[in-house]
Design a binder for this molecule. Structure first.
Ligand code: G6P
Length: 463
C-alpha cells in the first residue's frame, strides 16, 4: 500500500451492512428510543459529506421506526420480511458462513446441507437482493459503494448487474476459510459466494492471511479472481476516543467497584468478548483452572475477570455456549474459591464502561480465539492500560500479524500451553511488560478507523 492524496469528499459514498449505526427500542408506552453505535465505519464515514448507510431493520423497534418514518439523516433501514431476515441472518450468515470462515463445525453432526438449507439460502438471496436494489436506487452516477461482510456476499455481483457505473468495494471483517474447508459448502453455493464478492471492483480483508485464503478459493474453484483487485486494511484501535472515554467518571466508578471485587493486591487476568464460540472462552477458563491446579502459588493471588456480551442468543448453539461458560466459571469458583477469594469474576452483560475499567486494571489480557478476523480487544487493552499489561494472544487472531512479536503467543486449542503462557505473562518483569505494552499500543493504533476507511475509499476510486 502507498499513501495517495485523499478521496474527493464531494463524491457520494454508500455503505451497506446488516447492522446499522443506530437501533431502536420500542417502549411499553409506544415510545421509540434510539441507540447509536460506534466502530470503524461510523468514525470513518464521519469524514464524508455526501453519504448514505443502508442497513437492515433488526428488531421490532427498528421495524416500527421504519413504519413510522422515524430515522436518522443518512441512514436507510430496510424493512425486510422478518422470516426472510431470520433465515438469512441466523440460518445462513451466522450458522453457515460464520461457521465456515471460523472453522467451527464439529463432526459428526455438522454440517448438513439439505432442503432446509436450500430454503434458507433462497432467503439469503432475497435479503441480498433487497440490499442491491436499495443501493441501485439510491446511488448517484459513479458513486462509491462499500459493502460489508459475509451477510452481504452476493450484493456486489447483483449490484454490478443493476448499476455497472458504480465503484463497488466489499470488505470482509471475518477470517476467510482455507479452500479445503470452504469446499464443505455445496459446489454451486461456494461458486455463487465467490462470484458475488468478485462482482466488486475491490475485495478487501483485515490481514494478508485472509486475503490469500480468498485468492486461494477463487483460484482453485473458479480459476482466478478475474478483474477484482484484492486489498488488505488492518483496522486499528481508535486511540483518541478510547483514552478519553476510559477516563470518564463512570469508568472510574466501575474501576473502584471492580478493585473491591477482585480484592487488594491481587493480579488480574482480563478477557472481554461477545459470548461467541470462536472466542474460545471455555478453553480460556480451562487454562486458568490448569494454572491454579498446577501452580498453587497463584491461588488467592490472582483473579480471572471475564466479561462477555450476550450475542446471537436466537441460536441454540450460542445459548448453550453461554450456559457452558457460566457452568465452568461456577465450577472453578466452587472448587478453588475460599472465604475471601472468588477466582473467576464473570459478567454476561453488555457494559462498555465496565469493560474499559477492566482494560485499565488488567495485568494480563487473555485473547485466545480459535479464529478471529482481527480482534480489537487485543489492540484496545494496551492502548488504555494504566500500568502495562502482558498480552496472551492466539496465533489464529488477525491481530497476531501486527502484535505477535510483543505478545505471549498461544495455539488456542492447547490448554496446557495457554496455562503456561498465563504464568509467563503473570511473572513478566515490570519493565519488560511496560516496554512491550508501549510497542503493542503503537502497533495497535497504526491504522485508526477513519484512516482505515479513507484508505479503502481512495484505493477503490483509484484502482
Ligand atoms: C462480527 C461481524 C460483524 C458483526 C459482529 C457482531 O464482528 O464481522 O459484522 O456485526 O460480529 O455480530 P452481530 O451478529 O451481533 O452483528
Amino acid at each position: 500500500y502507498e499513501a495517495q492524496p485523499p478521496a474527493q469528499p464531494s463524491a457520494q459514498v454508500l455503505v451497506a451492512s446488516n447492522r446499522g449505526p443506530v437501533s431502536y427500542t420500542l417502549g411499553t408506552d409506544g415510545s421509540l428510543d434510539a441507540k447509536r453505535g460506534g466502530g470503524g465505519l461510523v468514525s470513518g464515514l464521519s469524514a464524508i459529506d455526501d453519504k448514505l448507510w443502508v442497513c437492515a431493520a433488526l428488531g421490532d423497534g427498528d421495524r416500527e421506526a421504519v413504519r413510522r418514518g422515524v430515522g436518522e439523516p443518512g441512514v436507510r433501514m430496510l424493512d425486510i420480511d422478518a422470516d426472510v431476515h431470520a433465515d438469512a441472518y441466523n440460518g445462513i450468515a451466522n450458522s453457515v458462513l460464520w461457521f465456515v470462515h471460523h472453522m467451527l463445525y464439529q463432526t459428526p453432526l455438522e454440517p448438513v446441507f439439505d432442503a432446509e438449507f436450500r430454503r434458507q439460502w433462497a432467503s439469503y438471496e432475497a435479503y441480498n437482493r433487497a440490499f442491491a436494489e436499495a443501493l441501485a436506487e439510491e446511488a448517484g452516477q459513479g458513486a462509491a459503494v462499500l459493502v460489508q461482510d459475509y451477510h452481504l456476499a452476493l450484493v456486489p455481483g447483483m449490484l454490478r448487474e443493476l448499476r455497472p457505473d458504480l465503484r463497488i468495494g466489499h470488505f470482509s471483517h471475518t477470517p476467510w476459510a482455507p479452500v479445503d474447508y470452504f469446499r464443505l459448502l455445496p459446489d454451486d453455493i461456494a461458486e455463487q459466494l465467490l462470484h458475488g464478492i468478485l462482482g466488486a471492483d475491490r475485495a478487501a480483508f483485515l490481514t494478508r492471511r485472509w486475503a490469500d485464503a480468498f485468492i486461494g478459493c477463487c483460484t482453485q474453484i473458479l480459476g482466478g479472481t478475474g478483474r477484482t483487485r484484492i486489498g488488505v486494511h488492518g483496522l486499528g484501535a481508535d486511540a483518541d476516543f478510547l483514552r478519553r472515554r476510559a477516563h470518564e467518571a463512570d469508568v472510574d466508578e466501575r474501576m473502584a467497584a471492580l478493585r473491591e471485587q477482585t480484592g487488594p493486591g491481587r493480579r488480574t487476568i482480563v478477557r472481554v468478548d461477545r459470548t461467541e464460540l470462536s472466542k474460545n472462552i471455555v478453553r480460556g477458563l480451562f487454562a486458568y483452572r490448569a494454572l491454579l491446579d498446577e501452580r498453587p502459588e497463584w491461588r488467592e493471588r490472582v483473579v480471572h475477570v471475564a466479561f462477555a456480551y450476550p450475542s446471537r442468543q436466537d441460536l441454540a448453539v450460542y445459548r448453550d455456549y453461554t450456559a457452558e461458560v457460566r457452568r465452568v466459571a461456577d465450577e472453578i469458583n466452587a472448587v478453588y474459591g475460599t472465604e475471601g477469594w472468588m477466582p473467576v469474576v464473570l459478567h454476561v452483560k453488555d457494559d462498555f464502561a465496565r469493560s474499559l475499567a477492566a482494560y485499565r486494571l488488567a495485568d494480563v489480557a487473555l485473547v485466545n480465539p480459535i479464529r478471529d478476523g482481527m480482534n480489537l480487544v487485543a489492540k484496545e487493552i494496551p492502548v488504555v492500560s494504566d500500568h502495562g499489561c502482558a498480552l496472551v494472544l492466539s496465533r489464529e487472531a488477525g491481530a497476531y500479524e501486527e502484535l505477535g512479536s510483543d505478545a505471549v503467543v498461544v495455539n488456542p486449542y492447547d490448554v496446557s500451553a495457554t496455562a503456561a503462557a498465563l504464568h509467563e505473562a503473570l511473572t513478566m518483569a515490570e519493565d519488560e511488560r511496560a516496554a512491550r505494552t508501549e510497542r503493542l499500543a503503537a502497533a495497535a493504533v497504526a491504522l485508526p478507523p477513519q484512516q482505515w476507511f479513507l484508505d479503502q475509499l481512495d484505493a477503490l476510486r483509484r484502482d
